[in-house]
Design a protein around this ligand. Structure first.
Ligand SMILES: Cc1cc2nc3c(=O)[nH]c(=O)nc-3n(C[C@H](O)[C@H](O)[C@H](O)COP(=O)(O)OP(=O)(O)OC[C@H]3O[C@@H](n4cnc5c(N)ncnc54)[C@H](O)[C@@H]3O)c2cc1C
Length: 596
């Protein structure tokens, strides 16, 4: 039995009042545990607790969420921490499929081995869900995390690392009268067995996210007849990208990162940014790359030309995959999506579900489908349910209830940000507009965080709060390493912040740049894709560390970045700045006055 389980049982026996910590981290996924490792390296005496609602660590990659068929979306060299190489854990069953993609199950084992090795497991409390978070102004323990009616955890500092995939978004449908299993894809790991029974022959999968693809392929491989329903007014079908050869590398190559629109152009390669963004030839090359990438994929999958199969027409995305008018996903399956559609194992329908009853699904067109089960692959909410609306607004987290004066202030900031984004990246003027339904979505909420980590409200810039994993990155692992260190340095008062006005302008600019660049993801957390390496340079510079990690400029420009290039950043930071002997209370460098 794991130590953390024993801990939980002991608590159940002894009545506990409020426990106190220097730092609480909510979420034991990649970001939460990497943050724990980083804080323990910088301040070994820190009394920290990672709170996790599931019975195991790993978040999306925990034992409780992985299922057969879930595979990582890149070459495994990009999903390997620098502290532990795959070859150092020979006991792990490295299950690659025929296309070379590692299974979620293997990665889950690797992540657990990594967590043991870096010594964070003894700080994790599993099966513990934070119900609500309160801010206790004026108190030493500023944050109260309510676990149940009788038990809260108090902390001087709080890190929210609940990820982009913790709070399922359901369609507005009453499915209580449906006579079979209905589940959101978040629970597929736990419940996919319910769909395996012989009496379920047909399954409806609703939505066009990457997880819809994971679900339909898994079900088709299991011999089910799948009806894949994508709303007519929605983002439409997603691109799938075969990351064969070195394609997986491209997004983490510095030269490539200078080509595409980016709010982070101060990465030491401003000449290249200027060429690609501001000159006639550079812009023509950007246009060519956008068009070429789309046409190459269409050709590869035989989705272009007059001979294209009629059943495949609804599956063809409208805009280049580089625009992210819908999400793109790696084609990490042994089974071909398009062959499944050709053979009728998967039928794609553009329609909206209006009701579910008995064994039947009714669509807006009036059609009725018979099905044994329904899977909602309808994405995730960006709002965090354990944070009250008014607190969420002040922190800069998405809300469904913004005060008018707040909206007005951010409207002005975002208008200015748009002008700046188009000026810095004129090619963005050719971006497609977001699908209208996204803009009118009542759940539409925007994150307004500085560097995707900090609130901009001065009351919350006291070094006591950071939000990690609030964006999707080209490399989740590299991002976790860098943002964890930046957050720790900030919380110990070692990062210089600009004035509050400037922080708001920067936050608006960063977020709007990502939204214009990825119009289909306007209500998702920001996608920091080709821009990620430049974002890393900005963060490492602010930490006083070398942001260019390759040997020589040629290598810097041409060779893709992996975690190994960063080594142990927290140790490197400690060598430069020393350890923090006592965590004390948060003592940040507050934002500079506006006129400085
Ligand atoms: C199906 C799927 C496939 C993906 N594939 C890839 C991929 O191949 N490559 C990639 O880079 N990214 C992928 N992602 C993105 C994924 O989000 C990241 O890989 C990574 O898991 C993010 O880590 P995280 O720590 O931010 O969040 P998570 O892994 O989601 O961890 C957050 C943790 O917070 C916990 N939590 C939430 N609320 C509470 C609460 N109230 N109290 C206590 N604990 C709480 C959750 O239980 C969870 O364990 C995928 C996502 C999904 C959903």
């Amino acid at each position: 039995m794991e130590a953390s389980h024993i801990h939980i049982q002991e608590q159940a026996i002894a009545p506990i009042s409020d426990e106190r910590f220097d730092l609480i981290i909510i979420g034991a996924g990649i970001y939460g545990l990497y943050a724990a490792k980083t804080f323990l390296t910088i301040c070994p005496s820190i009394n920290l607790l990672v709170v996790e609602s599931l019975p195991s660590v790993g978040g999306v990659w925990s034992k409780d969420r992985v299922y057969p068929g879930l595979r990582i979306q890149h070459h495994s060299k990009f999903f390997e921490f620098s502290e532990l190489r795959y070859e150092d854990v020979p006991e792990i069953d490295m299950d690659y499929n025929g296309r070379g993609y590692l299974s979620g199950h293997s990665w889950c084992q690797y992540f657990q081995a990594w967590a043991e090795k870096v010594g964070v497991m003894k700080h994790v409390r599993l099966n513990t869900r934070v119900q609500q978070v309160f801010r206790q102004s004026g108190e030493e323990y500023l944050w109260r995390c309510k676990i149940d009616d009788n038990h809260s955890l108090l902390s001087k500092r709080l890190i929210i690392a609940t990820g982009i995939a913790s709070f399922p978004r359901y369609p507005d449908l009453d499915y209580s009268k449906f006579a079979g299993p209905v589940m959101h894809h978040q629970y597929f790991g736990e419940r996919h067995g319910e769909l395996a029974t012989e009496d379920i022959e047909e399954v409806v999968v609703y939505g066009s996210s990457k997880s819809s693809l994971d679900a339909i392929i898994h079900l088709a491989e299991a011999g089910k007849k799948v009806k894949w329903i994508i709303r007519k007014e929605g983002r439409g079908p997603l691109w799938i990208v075969d990351l064969k050869g070195s394609r997986s590398d491209v997004i983490l190559i510095r030269l490539v990162s200078t080509i595409f629109p980016s709010p982070y152009q101060n990465d030491g390669f401003s000449g290249l940014h200027h060429f690609f963004k501001q000159t006639f030839l550079g812009k023509a090359l950007q246009k060519y790359a956008y068009e070429k990438f789309g046409s190459v994929l269409l050709k590869e999958y035989k989705l272009d030309g007059p001979e294209v199969d009629e059943v495949l027409v609804p599956v063809i995305p409208k805009y280049s995959p580089l625009w992210n008018h819908n999400i793109s996903g790696a084609d990490n399956y042994d089974t071909s999506l398009y062959d499944c559609i050709r053979s009728g194992k998967i039928e794609m329908i553009r329609d909206t579900i209006t009701s579910l009853e008995g064994k039947s699904v009714t669509l807006a067109s009036g059609a009725k489908l018979t099905t044994g089960a329904v899977v909602f692959a309808t994405g995730f909410k960006t709002t965090i349910p354990f944070i009250a609306e008014d607190l969420a607004v002040r922190i800069g987290l998405p809300s469904t209830n913004y005060p008018e004066e707040y909206l007005e202030k951010w409207r002005l900031l975002e208008d200015e940000a748009d002008k700046r984004a188009y000026k810095a990246n004129p090619f963005l003027k050719s971006a497609p507009k977001p699908p209208p339904y996204l803009l009118s979505d009542p759940e539409a909420g925007k994150l307004r965080l500085y560097h995707h980590i900090l609130p901009t409200d001065p009351e919350f810039l006291d070094g006591s709060l950071a939000i990690l994993g609030s964006f999707s990155a080209a490399s989740t692992l590299q991002s976790a390493m860098i943002v964890s260190l930046w957050a720790a340095a900030y919380m110990f008062g070692k990062v210089e912040l600009p004035s509050q006005d400037e922080m708001e302008k920067i936050a608006a600019y960063q977020i709007r740049s990502h939204q214009i660049r990825n119009p289909g993801m306007i209500n998702d957390l920001p996608w920091v894709g080709f821009e990620f390496l430049a974002y890393s340079v900005m963060m490492l510079k602010e930490l006083g560390l070398n942001p260019w990690r390759k040997k020589g400029w040629y290598s810097e420009l041409i060779h893709p970045y992996t975690c190994q290039d960063y080594g142990d950043l927290a140790k490197e930071w400690v060598e430069k700045h020393g350890t923090v002997e006592s965590p004390g209370s948060p003592a940040p460098a507050l934002p500079k006055p506006a006129d400085s």
